[in-house]
Design a protein around this ligand. Structure first.
Ligand SMILES: Cc1cc2nc3c(=O)[nH]c(=O)nc-3n(C[C@H](O)[C@H](O)[C@H](O)COP(=O)(O)OP(=O)(O)OC[C@H]3O[C@@H](n4cnc5c(N)ncnc54)[C@H](O)[C@@H]3O)c2cc1C
Ligand code: SF4
Length: 462
């Protein structure tokens, strides 16, 4: 261990730009066991590992699996890594590590370059799967059964830990393909869909029963689930697009980020599309600066857009998303324009979009959260031309009236209210992930699902 003085941080190799913008496959290669081991050896095994205690929402046993990996013990690393995480190979790929575990790594502060925690985490489980290892489940060993609503990371995580305790899980999902935003939001160049399907296959083998194309509140009532099951976990996400409140926002050629990404994913699955826009050969303008905006610009490039520009109201340093994804988008040829806010969508006589009028912004004093306030520069309006405008302005809660009718308290933003153990106002009804927090991350959804499962296990099995 502690080889950081001799060995530099090395990220996995990326596919060449000209090649990768032609497909939707992942762009990073995976470490070999040897490479993961060499990188793990850099860990200094600090006494108080902030990567785990502060950085990782799951408090993964990072120094432990780094140590076993440094010793080339893949089986032990796989066991430890899968102990606290329901899908380490997925989170290793998609967590914004620069803001989480790697951002908290001691070597990051010391300027040596953080340990490549995410890439090692992915490699451990990928290489273990290649060698035929699988996470251990006991089978259904109790007479208890839990309904899980929603098959995103929160639901998968709850199901994983319940199944591990021998509790039967029936998962209700309104989509025909399970995975929530792991499948329908995050594009394949960050997370290939077969990776999610593989986890579901393992959970089904462990006893998970999947009821797809089944919407709770429509095809099956929430009240019936409460009666039929010993407990219910609600993990329905928060994927209602925020409106921009702009003139001509519903004009032809304007689309919400999630509708655009879903449509392209449906095409890639060979499923029925609901194409609101086609970007091939078009001048595309994406408004927003988060991870979803980065996914839209990179998807547009892969769909053959003539040009792709991303406009964000703050500056590069204040972008809310992962640095890694911004760098990737930049490399792939996306043009960025900072400190601009949209004022109006412009249309031609037929009502089709022709561009967007923006105002310049400047960053002022810091607000209570420590973030510099963005202020509009009076009289600075200008026009950006576009054939397609993609709005990526965040998400809010979808209507969860069916829960409210059954006594589940919702907060002022329409999300589920939960206590410390993720139990809602109704006994043995739990909730977690985006439907509690508002749009957040896969790893925090996974933490919520795990915490809720642990409380259900304690209450149901004593
Ligand atoms: C484009 C995009 C990119 C992102 N990129 C990243 C990233 O790189 N890294 C990261 O960590 N996070 C990312 N996120 C955020 C992350 O995907 C979410 O925070 C996470 O998926 C939330 O998990 P969840 O289980 O709470 O909800 P979801 O993933 O939204 O899953 C909810 C599921 O519930 C189902 N459902 C809803 N209502 C019902 C009902 N009544 N009956 C049955 N089923 C129902 C939905 O169909 C859906 O499958 C991204 C999000 C988006 C939109
Ligand atoms: S789950 Fe995310 S934050 Fe935690 S160790 Fe893995 S990559 Fe880092």
């Amino acid at each position: 261990m502690q080889s950081f003085i001799k060995v530099d941080r090395n990220d996995p190799q990326k596919d060449d730009v000209l090649s990768r913008i032609k497909h939707f496959n992942e762009i990073y290669s995976k470490f070999t066991v040897e490479k993961a081991s060499t990188q793990a050896e850099r860990c200094v095994q600090c006494g108080d590992p902030y990567c785990s205690s502060i950085g990782c929402p799951l408090s993964n046993y990072i120094p432990h699996w780094l140590k076993s990996m440094a010793g080339n013990d893949l089986a032990l690393s796989f066991k430890i890594s899968n102990e606290s995480s329901p899908f380490p190979e997925i989170l290793g790929r998609i967590c914004p590590q620069d803001k989480l575990c790697e951002g908290a790594c001691t070597l990051n502060d010391d300027g040596y370059g953080a340990i490549t925690i995410g890439s090692i985490e992915t490699a451990i489980t990928e290489r273990a799967f290649e060698e035929g290892m699988e996470p251990a489940f006991p089978g259904i060993t109790t007479d208890k059964k839990v309904a899980v609503i929603g098959s995103g990371p929160a639901g998968i995580s709850a199901a994983n830990f319940l199944l591990r305790a021998g509790i039967k899980v029936v998962m209700f999902e309104r989509d025909s393909i399970p995975g929530g935003l792991l499948v329908w939001g995050i594009p394949g160049f960050k997370l290939e869909k077969s990776v999610v399907a593989r986890r579901f296959a393992m959970l089904e083998k462990a006893g998970l029963e999947l009821r797809l194309s089944c919407e709770v509140g429509k095809d099956v009532s929430f009240a019936d689930l409460k009666k039929e099951y010993d407990a219910v976990f609600v993990g329905v996400g928060a994927s209602k697009s925020n409106a921009a409140g702009l003139e001509n926002e519903t004009a032809s050629g304007v689309v919400n980020a999630i509708d655009f990404l879903r449509d392209i994913q449906a095409k890639l699955f060979g499923k029925k599309r609901t194409p609101l826009v086609e970007v091939t050969g078009k001048k595309v303008l994406v408004i927003g600066g988060g991870d979803t905006a980065m996914d839209c610009v990179r998807t547009s490039l892969r769909e053959g857009a003539a040009s792709v520009k991303c406009v964000y109201r703050r500056d590069e340093a204040n972008m809310p998303g992962s640095k890694k994804e911004f760098i990737n988008a930049n490399e792939e040829g996306v043009e960025f324009s900072f400190l601009s806010t949209p004022k109006k969508i412009n249309v031609d006589k037929s009502g089709k979009v022709t561009g967007v009028t923006f105002s310049r912004m400047r960053l002022g004093a810091k607000d209570a959260s420590g973030r510099q306030k963005a202020e509009e520069v009076v009289g600075s309006e200008y026009v950006e031309e576009a054939d397609v405008v993609i709005l990526s302005l965040g998400f809010s809660h979808q209507d969860m009236g069916y829960l409210k009718e059954s006594g589940v308290a919702l907060n002022q933003w329409g999300g589920c209210e939960v206590g410390e153990t993720y139990q809602t106002s109704e006994a043995l009804v739990y909730a977690g992930g985006d439907c509690v927090r508002g749009a957040d991350l896969a790893v925090t959804a996974a933490r919520d699902g795990r915490a809720a499962a642990f409380d259900m296990i304690a209450k149901l099995l004593g």
